[in-house]
Design a protein around this ligand. Structure first.
Ligand SMILES: Nc1ncnc2c1ncn2[C@@H]1O[C@H](COP(=O)(O)OP(=O)(O)OP(=O)(O)O)[C@@H](O)[C@H]1O
Ligand SMILES: O=P(O)(O)OC[C@H]1O[C@H](OP(=O)(O)OP(=O)(O)O)[C@H](O)[C@@H]1O
Ligand SMILES: O=C(O)c1cccnc1
Ligand SMILES: [Mg+2]
Length: 556
């Protein structure tokens, strides 16, 4: 990937020197104004040396599921690495912030970096659960506060998208190809690029988005649109019919071969050539001449049975005469179960009748408003689809458009902080915590456990009391066969401190991590919630602090 081009292409007008490694729109001013006004107020009240700990976590899994895939970490680290306000940022803030802000504050901002920040995170691509912070950040209050919005925007959609894609992969199974076709429907250009990147992370095989292919090294794939077929209305419009034989190099008339096969096929397939579209035949011939080794045709423009499959088979057999193998078809409307079975039957008939066994293996791509439920339903009905092209519902995350990660202050100057709420679900877990995943002997994740950092980590083979964070009666003893400490230090003293995995490795991690989850946590209908717990010590600490902070009402 050429990082400089990434910046130029994706947000060139905003790019400053030193921000070469990331989409150019990701920069310190990509934040909410209140982070900067708070920074001034903190600064004015002499809080510049205060040390804070913030947790970044979500409260509910998306898509009525019981897991989330954590994604976006690498972008967060690049953001920390390049964090500084440029001269023009400072000029803009001077004009924009309310009058009366002291000039020394702007000098302070101009020198601000993320050097004194420490960021802990779980590995990108790992399954994550509600309330277990996926990122924990420590450092000077002003800078860690300022990072809130940008880190959230980098994690929220990335994780939502990777989770959505992983869910599509789970219902489609390992052997079906999944292509992301959503750029035209995505939430703007940047949403489109992120969608392509994180759907690949979540388990898609490729994208139609060419820039995403170039920037992230994702396989780019595609077929053609109905416009190509409808741009031809008769064979008379074909300006060239000639194609070089792959082996002999002799130029031959591809149309002539196709018309001859079409006549024979009409008997084999029991459809009349009269009813099929001549324009469609012409379009397919011309496309085959352009891509003789990659011929993939859209067959639903007029009528899949009466026209598309007949014309496709005729052109594919014509290509075969000239030494080429077609790739397959795409169906973009109608009953995809029925039509894919019809297409496969057609190919099997042609394979047998014309002695072309590879016809059995032609790829059938299906598209058209596909979502998780459509795939589940197609699976139930039985279908012969090898590849789904999925756009709108994947990239817009139609079933749940936001993940809802939040960023909460949990400790300041060594003192825990708690945010109370009428809604117990929204009460924050105070203090600086560590997170562990406890595994059973068969390798499945049993429970996540949060503890105070001062507590010793749980040990293999030793009984640990795991408590529900808020419901006193819910607790369990767990004897782990394996204990995973979930946090690694990813950023410290101005440096990325771990070898960052490639996108490919994060994609693999997703599948490995999902395998550690029991199937009942992953099923689509009424999945079992995965347990997230706190140690006895942390439980008591939370509840004491809660009581200390909750005002006592008076009735009169
Ligand atoms: N066998 C099937 N089972 C369940 N859903 C299906 C099946 N076949 C197709 N679908 C879905 O049904 C919807 C059909 O869309 P729609 O009603 O727009 O019809 P269409 O086939 O696209 O018609 P048109 O030719 O007018 O575009 C799509 O969302 C598609 O993914
Ligand atoms: O359906 P999606 O999951 O979003 O997948 C992408 C869609 O984009 C293309 O056509 P487009 O929708 O632009 O036009 P069409 O519906 O008229 O084919 C393609 O043919 C798919 O139908
Ligand atoms: O290549 C395709 O078939 C494609 C690409 C984008 C949208 N719909 C289809
Ligand atoms: Mg469509």
């Amino acid at each position: 990937m050429n990082d400089r081009e990434l910046s130029c292409n994706a947000g060139g007008q905003f790019m400053d020197r030193g921000r070469m490694n990331q989409n150019g729109v990701v920069q310190p001013l990509l934040t909410d104004l209140y982070q900067i006004t708070m920074a001034y107020a903190y600064w004015k009240s002499d809080k510049i040396d205060d040390q804070a700990v913030f947790d970044l976590f979500f409260r509910n899994n998306p898509f009525h599921g019981e897991f989330t895939i954590f994604a976006g970490l690498e972008e967060c680290l690049k953001f920390l690495d390049s964090f500084h306000y440029s001269q023009s940022d400072i000029e803009y803030l001077k004009q924009t912030l309310p009058e009366g802000i002291e000039n020394e504050f702007f000098e302070y901002l101009g020198n601000l970096t993320a050097r004194e920040v420490t960021l802990y995170a779980i590995d990108e691509g790992t399954v994550a659960f509600p309330r277990v912070p996926i990122i924990k950040i420590e450092g000077p209050l002003i800078i860690v506060q300022i990072l809130e919005t940008t880190l959230l925007t980098l994690v929220n959609y990335a994780s939502l998208m990777a989770t959505n894609a992983a869910r599509y992969r789970m219902v489609a199974g390992k052997h079906v190809n999944l292509l992301e076709f959503g750029l035209r429907r995505a939430q703007g250009p940047d949403g489109g690029l992120s969608a392509s990147k994180y759907s690949y992370t979540g388990g898609f095989d490729g994208t139609s988005n060419v820039l995403a292919g170039k920037l992230f090294n994702i396989p780019v794939k595609g077929t053609h649109a109905h416009a190509y077929i409808t741009s031809f209305s008769s064979i008379g419009e074909l300006k060239t019919r000639l194609l070089k034989h792959k082996q002999t190099g002799v130029m031959e008339d591809l149309l002539e071969h196709a018309v001859r096969h079409r006549g024979m096929l009409s008997h084999v397939l029991d459809v009349s050539t009269e009813e099929s579209s001549e324009g469609e035949l012409a379009a397919m011939v011309s496309y085959a001449i352009a891509f003789p080794d990659g011929f993939m045709a859209l067959v639903d423009t007029y009528d899949v049975k009466r026209s598309g499959l007949l014309n496709f088979s005729a052109v594919a057999l014509a290509l075969n005469d000239l030494g080429y193998h077609a790739l397959g078809i795409r169906i973009d409307s109608g009953d995809l179960a029925y039509l894919s079975c019809l297409a496969r039957e057609t190919f099997e008939k042609v394979a047998e009748r014309f002695k072309v066994p590879w016809f059995n293996k032609l790829t059938i791509v299906a598209s058209n408003d596909i979502n998780e439920d459509t795939i589940l339903s197609l699976n139930e009905q039985g279908h012969k689809i090898d590849c789904f092209g999925i756009g709108t519902h994947l990239v817009t995350c139609q079933r749940q458009p936001a993940l809802g990660c939040v960023y909460k202050l949990v400790e300041i100057n060594g003192q825990p902080r708690i945010k109370l709420s009428q809604d117990v679900e929204k009460v924050t877990m105070p203090g600086n915590k560590n997170a562990y995943r406890l595994y059973s002997a068969d390798g499945h994740a049993l429970i996540d456990l949060l503890q105070k950092v001062s507590e010793p980590p749980p040990a293999v083979g030793q009984k640990v009391l795991c408590r529900h964070p808020f419901q006193e009666s819910k607790r369990a003893y767990v004897i782990p066969s394996h204990v995973e400490s979930l946090y690694k230090v990813y950023w410290k003293s101005g440096k990325i401190c771990q070898q960052l995995p490639t996108l490919e490795q994060v994609r693999e991690k997703v599948q490995i991590s999902l395998k550690t989850l029991r199937n009942d946590h992953k099923r689509t209908l009424n999945p079992t919630p995965y347990k997230v717990s706190v140690s006895d010590n942390l439980y008591n600490f939370i509840h004491d602090l809660w009581l200390q902070n909750a005002p006592i009402g008076e009735l009169s």
